[in-house]
Design a protein around this ligand. Structure first.
Ligand code: SF4
Length: 68
């Protein structure tokens, strides 16, 4: 598995495991993205880029913290 990941990363091509697109009685959250064939409209309208672990980011002083 590690070798497959390293090979995919080196080539910039990641395989799609389409047998899991509808597991857990719902579509995968990336289904629209996977099926868009790189369409920028799908990416811009359905997804947003976020830094990893952005929920752990320290907020500036004076900004109220969200209540959960
Ligand atoms: S839709 Fe989800 S499960 Fe299906 S290939 Fe894409 S990432 Fe994998």
């Amino acid at each position: 598995m590690t070798q497959a990941f390293l090979d995919a990363r080196r080539r910039g091509v990641f395989y799609q495991n389409t047998s899991f697109c509808f597991n857990y009685q719902r579509p995968c959250p990336y289904f629209a993205l996977c099926r868009s064939n790189g369409n920028p409209n799908v990416i811009e309208n359905f997804y947003q880029r976020a830094e990893p672990n952005e929920e752990l980011r320290v907020l500036p002083a004076g900004v109220p913290t969200p209540a959960f």
